[in-house]
Design a protein around this ligand. Structure first.
Ligand code: PAF
Length: 284
């Protein structure tokens, strides 16, 4: 595996790969890699000859009171893990490679960008979209892989790819969970053992909600009941729990019928967690 810090050097290497007819798969990350990220790499490998993983903790997508400074930075361990999984390129740029002038928002996530995650984290999606746009310009992949866990991020990025990177296919990889159902996340390492157990009960609520919604329960009552249930988890503070129409990423009402997604964000102890679950069909 080649560890590359400069955008120009990566582009040179990838031009060489393309000239050999190789298809390029790209997995953008902020590092602190775990098996969840490796599952994204595996998805990229299914249709590509060469996989590029980027590790860049993007200052633009963190609010002033968020965990940018505390965000885990484990480049050496990340490199070892990717090497074991036969990734060809690890791109770990510095801030100046990504933002040659200075870090500035160049992409706007629109209305959806200020709801749910965007309401809790103002400006987050503009920052995320700005870096994804820049990384996509540098890597110019055939396939880019994002994790389904960040459902709103995928929804927003899909629009960018459709509008500006038409030759690239976005693939959404399923969420990887631990044995208790907790979605794998780089931030889980900050959960205490007791918070870890509490955190996984959020997933139990999502599962129960799915079953209830698929068997005729009213959306509003289901959300109300399980919001109370999550609030009752020791050390948990619910930020939002909603059932949305995945086509528009907006909450559905009690008359809605069809496929839906349950989305949740909650703080457990000091750690902010998000998760989601697909509902096949809300039926009467
Ligand atoms: O999902 C992430 O890890 C980040 O938001 C991303 C897509 C790498 C952009 O910084």
């Amino acid at each position: 595996m080649k560890l590359i810090h400069s955008a120009a050097e990566l582009q040179e290497q990838l031009d060489y790969e393309r000239a050999r007819g190789h298809k390029i798969g790209f997995v953008p990350t902020m590092g602190a890699l775990h098996e969840g990220h490796i599952s994204l790499v595996d998805v990229a490998k299914e249709s590509c000859d060469v996989v590029v993983v980027s590790v860049f903790v993007n200052p633009l997508q963190f609010g002033p009171k968020e965990d940018f400074d505390k965000y885990p930075r484990t480049l050496q361990g990340d490199a070892e893990l990717l090497e074991q999984h036969e990734v060809q390129y690890l791109f770990a740029p510095g801030v100046a490679d990504i933002y040659p002038q200075s870090p500035e928002i160049t992409q706007r996530a629109g209305v959806v960008g200020s709801t749910f995650e965007g309401a809790s984290r103002p400006g987050h999606f503009d920052g995320m979209l700005t870096v994804v746009n820049r990384l996509m310009q540098i890597v110019s992949p055939d396939v880019v892989v994002f994790g389904e866990k960040d459902a709103q991020q995928v929804f927003i990025v899909r629009k960018l790819i459709g509008a500006r990177f038409k030759d690239c296919r976005l693939v959404e990889a399923p969420t990887l969970r631990d044995s208790n159902g907790l979605a794998l996340s780089s931030r889980n390492r900050f959960l205490s053992p007791s918070d870890l157990a509490e955190a996984s009960s959020i997933y139990r609520h999502l599962n129960e909600m799915r079953t209830e919604l698929e068997t005729g329960a009213k959306v509003s009552l289901t959300v109300e009941k399980h919001a109370k249930g999550i609030e009752a988890i020791p050390n948990a503070k619910l930020e939002y729990l909603a059932v949305i129409d995945p086509q528009i990423f907006r909450p559905v009402d009690d008359n809605y019928r069809g496929a839906a997604k349950i989305i949740v964000a909650a703080k457990v102890g000091e750690v902010r967690l998000i998760d989601n679950l697909n509902v096949k069909a809300i039926s009467a």
